[in-house]
Design a protein around this ligand. Sequence first.
Ligand SMILES: Cc1cc2nc3c(=O)[nH]c(=O)nc-3n(C[C@H](O)[C@H](O)[C@H](O)COP(=O)(O)O)c2cc1C
Length: 447
Amino acid sequence: MTHTIQPNNPEITPAPEATDVPSTSAPTASPGRAAAPIPAALKRRLPKYSDLAPLMQFKKPEFSKEARLKRASTIWELRDIAKRRTPQAPFDYTDGAAEEEITLRRARQAFLDIEFRPGILRNVSAIDLSTEILGKPSRLPVGIAPTGFTRMMQSEGEYAGSQAAEAAGIPYTLSTMGTASIEDVAAAAPNGRNWFQLYLWTDRDRSLELIERAAKAGNDTLMVTVDTAVAGARLRDVRNGMTIPPALTLKTVLDASYRPAWWFNFLTHEPLTFASLSRYTGTVADLINSMFDPTLTFEDLDWLRETWKGNLVVKGIQTVEDARKAVDHGADGVVLSNHGGRQLDRAPIPFHLLPEVKQAFSADNTNAAIMLDTGIMSGADIVAALALGADFTLIGRAYLYGLMAGGRAGVDRTLQILEKDMARTMALLGVSKISELTPDHVRLLNK
Ligand SMILES: Cc1cc2nc3c(=O)[nH]c(=O)nc-3n(C[C@H](O)[C@H](O)[C@H](O)COP(=O)(O)O)c2cc1C
């Protein structure tokens, strides 16, 4: 049987209609109940100027670089600014990945598919983000990853990256394909912790020359990248007809008409030179192919271990077996990385690989450093990686978006955003220093 409510049923009084606006008319008294008085604060009145004055905060719109960068509170917002200000070819070269870009999407998604497990009622009035990596302190648990052609994205390029890292007290890695020399970066950031990334060649004289220059310039760490037997298929670059330096075509000239600042900067600064090569003109694919050596094996790593006396880090580790093998061949650290999704599409995701590598290293009793990159877009991503066992993290695009958004000041902004994110996330997790982060702070969803 169903019950219907009759409005004229004397036993049922319809409820007054719900409304957010307080009624000014006197409430209808329920039978037998006195009308409730309306509080003075709820009675309508005309606003006075003295009420409005404190609310009026019209500010003169600001168009300076500083104001533009300050308005970005996330790395994604820096990316939006970067996209508006950078010609399509260099923006896509940075933003894009290999083939269908599945690896990059999955790597970013992996950081989102977690749940943090916070501890409450801990004293988190002071958060310490400092850590130690490869025998030296770093003010933050993140460093700058090696990136090639950086002055093409924005003319301050490697100088902005290395100086921002120096100011933030974190390591900076110069790429073999960097557009500033090892010596120039050392001179630009003399108090910074500069690392050098090497593309190893079986032509040992060519490698040796670079290694010696890196040592002489004070680099304490050599990062050898091993996930580049051949170049990945960066389809956006193919579509954009990307060349180094960018060629003046009808398309690029049109592009220049609404990104004049980029072109002005590009044309009025020193032409691109490379850390390791003399001036180069050709397609990216040609240059990359000349850099990558498909004949390399672990024997070449042994040679490098004998030759280089500082910290040796192997970047591009994608399986537990290879992480172990790299350590067996003398690596002081590994970077779990798939090159930001720019090489093999559908590659393993470093964040997924991390717990297995951590477990293997603990079982082997090795204290080789575990670093991780690919997909980091916020400080919370970094905190999650540290909780699951990473000793350190690296950022590629996150700093390049800052660079393209505003040169050195933009890289500073990237690091400020990440630092703030990390400090806030740790406080909300109830953790005041990095060593207190444990796998218990992260639950992997969809597992
Ligand atoms: C534009 C660009 C250029 C890169 N160039 C190099 C390079 O020269 N050598 C290298 O080892 N890795 C290079 N990488 C890979 C980065 O070192 C790093 O592994 C990757 O960017 C991490 O992913 P993320 O961009 O999501 O942070 C490059 C990445 C980008 C985005």
